[in-house]
Each structure stands twice: as structure tokens, then as C-alpha cells.
Design a binder for this molecule. Structure first.
Ligand code: NAP
Length: 302
């Protein structure tokens, strides 16, 4: 498995496991994580809020069995504060971030996090205070590197120019190709992109018809239901499978850090790994890219 290296020297497997859809059945999660490790995946993405902390506990418990391995990298996220009534409130304050990390470390069974990411946010946030919280955590040795998960150009640009983020996580796939408009700036700052949603919830898999009917019945972005169906069908007609096309499209960008793919079963993960391992001709990648629309972010630009 190809490894991509961050500024701090952290090595991310080019295919990473998005742990959000692992579920709360530990045995099932163990099977999926073991399948990932067998395939050479060493980067695992979680967040404090996934299953209200249970996801971090499960990921930590399972990966603890492999603690002698030094190549495993875990990334988690902060910013959504869970209220006693179960509601979530956005909290990017230094006080909260520096307190919350203790809980994530405890749930993951770690003394230091590889990667700590801000889980969203707006341009109205106290950005410098948030950045200073991550810088202090790094100086205190509690995190090796930090990053931002965002799809807001104004927030992304602020972090690129005013912080030492090493990764930017954004939804990125053949259909949602909006991040393309920011790639030059990301590259200039030596930041690596974590492409989440690479199979777009199943839309970019051989089960696309089910995803179209169940998850994209109203279309998405500039696509209405009919044009989305036509576009995905046209992609499907290109010889390599949709997933292989989406992964090789993402792999064609030198700023790629990792493709964070989700899977709710061992079978899905095995299929996704097999698609990742396929060599796809650049002619087919270009053909796929010419079929989809050129999307741009239209909000949160300033
Ligand atoms: N703001 C953020 O920071 C943020 C937001 C979202 C996600 N993430 C991270 O990114 C990861 C990936 O995100 P995602 O789950 O939205 O993206 P995804 O990988 O595009 O979608 C995963 C889902 O697609 C379906 N799927 C996957 N492989 C399949 C296959 N081979 N055949 C058919 N269906 C398949 C499954 O849906 P079913 O379970 O319905 O079958 C699975 O749960 C998450 O796990 C999480 O770690 C971060």
C-alpha cells in the first residue's frame, strides 16, 4: 500500500478506513478493522461524536491489540460538544479543545494522538484562539499533528495561511469535485488532502442504482435526479468499475494524503480495497472526469 507523508513525518496509508459506519457491535467492527489491516490500511479516522464516543472506544480497544506496531495512525476530531440532553453544540474554544482531548485519549487508550482535527466551524469562530489551542497541544506533546475538516473555502484559506495544519479533510469524489478549486493553495502550503466520501455513500459503487433510489432520490448539487442517474450510468459504462474510477481520480492528485473510505461490512471493505488496487489507465480517468460536471464551492467564499 502506498504511504503518503505529512510534514511532521507521519505516514498515512493511501487508503484509510473511515470508522464512522463501523457500528457499535465490537465483533463486527473487529472483523472490519482486521480486514483493513490485512489489506495494508494503517490509517483510521474517527471522531469524538461518532456514536457519542463509543466509536473512539471501539477503535481504541481493537487497535490496542496491535500497539506494538508503530505504523498505525489514528486521527480523531473535536468541536461538537455533546450536551447532557444529547444535543450537539459547536464549541471551538481553547478551553473546550484542551479539555476534550483528555476524553478522546482515554477512550482511545492513548497517551498521544497522531492527528487531531477541528470538526468543521465557520469564519465567525475565534479562529486564532482555536489555532493556538492546537499549537499548545502539539507543544505539550499531546498531539503529533493537527488538521481541519471543512468544506468552507473561507475557513480553509484562513487555516492554510495562519496555522500549521498538516491535513485538510473534505468530501471529495468524482461527483463532488468541488475541492479541485482549492488544490493549488493546499499544495502551496504543503498540506495533504484527506478525501472523505470517496464512494459517495455507495453511489460510486456497483450498487449505484440502490444508492440513487435510496440516498439520492432528489439529486445532489447541480444534478437533479434524472441528470445524476444519467451521469452515474455513463460513468458505469466506462470499462473499470465506478469505485476504481473514483479512487484513481483521487490518486491522480499529488496533494492526496489518504482516501478515507467507509464500510459497514467486511464485504464492502474487501470490494473497496480490490477497487483501490486496480491500475486504471489515465485515458479512462480523463473520460470519467469529462462526463461529470465541474463543480465549485458557491458559499462561504468570503
Ligand atoms: N465532517 C467530517 O469530518 C466527516 C463527515 C463524514 C465522514 N467523515 C469520515 O469519512 C469517512 C467516510 O465517509 P462516508 O461514510 O460518508 O463515505 P463513503 O466511504 O463514501 O461511504 C460509506 C458508505 O457507503 C456505502 N458503501 C461503502 N462501500 C460500499 C460498497 N463497496 N458497496 C456498496 N455500498 C458501499 C456504505 O453505506 P451503507 O452502510 O448504507 O451500506 C458505507 O457506510 C467516515 O467513516 C468518517 O470517518 C468525516
Amino acid at each position: 500500500m502506498q504511504k503518503n507523508i505529512l510534514k511532521s513525518g507521519i505516514e498515512l496509508s493511501e487508503l484509510g478506513l473511515g470508522c464512522m459506519s463501523l457500528g457499535t457491535d465490537v465483533q463486527q467492527a473487529q472483523k472490519i478493522i482486521e480486514t483493513a489491516l490485512e489489506a495494508g490500511i494503517t490509517y483510521f479516522d474517527t471522531a469524538d461524536i461518532y456514536d457519542k464516543g463509543v466509536n473512539e472506544e471501539i477503535v481504541g480497544k481493537i487497535l490496542h491489540q496491535y500497539q506494538q506496531r508503530e505504523d498505525i495512525v489514528i486521527g480523531t476530531k473535536v468541536g461538537n460538544q455533546l450536551q447532557p440532553n444529547g444535543d450537539m453544540v459547536w464549541n471551538p474554544s481553547k478551553r473546550y479543545i484542551k479539555d476534550n482531548i483528555k476524553h478522546s485519549l482515554r477512550r482511545l487508550g492513548l497517551e498521544q494522538l497522531d492527528l487531531y482535527m477541528l470538526h468543521g466551524g465557520t469564519i465567525e469562530d475565534p479562529l486564532d484562539e482555536t489555532i493556538s489551542a492546537f499549537e499548545e497541544l502539539k507543544q505539550e506533546g499531546l498531539v503529533k499533528a493537527y488538521g481541519l475538516s471543512s468544506i468552507r473555502p473561507n475557513v480553509i484559506r484562513y487555516y492554510l495561511e495562519n496555522s500549521q495544519i498538516e491535513v485538510l479533510m473534505s468530501q471529495f469524489n468524482l461527483i463532488d469535485n468541488r475541492p479541485e478549486m482549492l488544490l493549488n493553495e493546499v499544495r502551496e502550503h504543503g498540506v495533504k488532502l484527506l478525501a472523505r466520501g470517496p464512494v459517495f455513500k455507495g453511489l460510486l459503487t456497483k450498487n449505484y442504482e440502490q444508492a440513487l433510489a435510496q440516498k439520492f432520490a432528489k439529486g445532489i448539487f447541480d444534478y437533479d435526479a434524472a441528470s445524476l442517474k444519467d451521469t452515474v450510468s455513463a460513468l458505469h459504462d466506462i470499462e473499470p468499475e465506478l469505485t476504481a474510477l473514483s479512487f484513481s481520480y483521487l490518486r491522480s492528485f499529488d496533494v492526496l494524503g489518504s482516501i478515507i473510505v467507509g464500510a459497514s461490512s467486511v464485504q464492502q471493505l474487501q470490494e473497496n480495497v480490490a477497487q483501490y488496487n486496480k491500475e486504471i489507465d489515465s485515458i479512462n480517468i480523463n473520460k470519467a472526469r469529462s462526463i461529470v460536471k465541474d463543480l465549485n464551492y458557491t458559499q462561504h467564499l468570503k
